[in-house]
Write a protein of this length. Structure first.
Length: 265
C-alpha cells in the first residue's frame, strides 16, 4: 500500500498571509479556461475582452454557487442553527453541484449581455470546465480531503491524518475522470461541430456518470452518510438529474437538422 505524502496545504506564507494550494488550483483552473477560451473564441467572433468577461461571470458563479450549494445541500441543519455560517467562507466548504447551478445562472446573464442563446454560451464553455475540475481534485488531494473508502487494492493509500487504513485515493480517480477524460471527450465532441445542446448535454451526462461511479470509491460525508439503500450518497443523488438532463439535451440536439453556427446568432 502507498502512504499519503503529507503535503503542506499552505503553498506560500508571507507573515499572517497564507496562500493555500487549493486556492492556487482555482486560479490555475480559471487561467486555463481563459487561455483555451481565447483560442476558441474566434468561432463566435468574440473578442479577448468578451472571453475575460465570460471567465469573470463563471468565477463568480462558481464561488457563490459552490458555497450556497455546500451549505444548502450538505449542511442545511447547521445553516438553520447558525445562518451567518453561510458567509464564513474561510472555514471552507464548496459543492460542485452548487457551483454548476451558479455557473448556469451566470452564463444565462452573460448570454443576455451578448444577445446570444444561453446554450451557445454553455456549449462554448463546457470543454473548458474540466481544466478547473481536474485542478480542483488535485487541490483536494494536496489538502488531504475527500479521501476514499477502505480498500485492499495494491494502490490503496494510507491517510495518516484520517486513520491507518488503506483507502482509495479517490481524489486522483476523480482527477483522471473529471479532469483528463472529460476534457478529451468534450473537446473531441466539440471538434465535430455538433448541433446546439449536444456539447452541454455531453458535459452533464459524462460528469454525472463519472461522479456517480466515483462515489462508490469515495468516503461519504460523515454527517450525512448514505442517503438511501445503504449505498446512495448525496453526490450520487445530485448527479442523477445531471445524467437525465444530459441524455435529454443530446437527444434534442441530435434532432436538430443543422448545426447552429455563430452566424445564426
Amino acid at each position: 500500500m502507498l502512504q499519503y505524502p503529507q503535503i503542506d496545504p499552505v503553498a506560500i506564507s508571507l507573515g499572517p498571509l497564507q496562500i493555500h494550494w487549493y486556492g492556487i488550483m482555482y486560479l490555475i483552473g480559471f487561467a486555463g479556461a481563459w487561455w483555451l477560451g481565447k483560442k476558441r473564441a474566434h468561432r463566435l467572433g468574440w473578442s479577448d475582452e468578451s472571453v475575460s468577461d465570460l471567465i469573470f461571470y463563471g468565477a463568480v458563479g462558481v464561488v457563490l454557487g459552490g458555497r450556497f450549494g455546500y451549505v444548502f445541500f450538505y449542511n442545511f441543519d447547521r445553516f438553520v442553527q447558525e445562518p451567518l455560517w453561510l458567509f464564513k467562507v474561510w472555514e471552507g466548504g464548496m459543492s460542485f453541484h452548487g457551483g454548476l447551478l451558479g455557473v448556469i445562472l451566470a452564463m444565462a446573464l452573460f448570454a443576455r449581455k451578448m444577445k446570444v442563446s444561453p446554450f451557445t454560451v454553455t456549449d462554448f464553455i463546457a470543454p473548458m470546465v474540466p481544466i478547473g475540475l481536474g485542478a480542483g481534485r488535485l487541490g483536494n488531494f494536496i489538502g488531504g480531503e475527500l479521501w476514499g473508502r477502505p480498500t485492499d487494492l495494491p494502490w490503496g493509500m494510507v491517510f495518516p491524518h484520517v486513520d491507518n487504513l488503506a483507502r482509495h485515493p479517490s481524489q486522483l480517480y476523480q482527477f483522471a475522470l473529471e479532469g483528463i477524460a472529460l476534457f478529451v471527450i468534450l473537446n473531441w465532441v466539440d471538434s465535430k461541430r455538433p448541433a446546439r445542446f449536444v456539447v452541454s448535454g455531453c458535459f452533464l451526462l459524462f460528469y454525472g456518470l463519472f461522479r456517480f461511479l466515483m462515489e462508490f470509491a469515495r468516503q461519504p460525508d460523515a454527517h450525512l452518510g448514505f442517503i438511501a439503500f445503504d449505498w446512495l450518497t448525496m453526490g450520487q443523488l445530485l448527479s442523477l438529474p445531471m445524467i437525465l438532463a444530459g441524455v435529454a439535451m443530446i437527444q434534442w440536439g441530435r434532432r436538430r437538422a443543422v448545426f447552429d453556427g455563430p452566424s445564426s446568432e
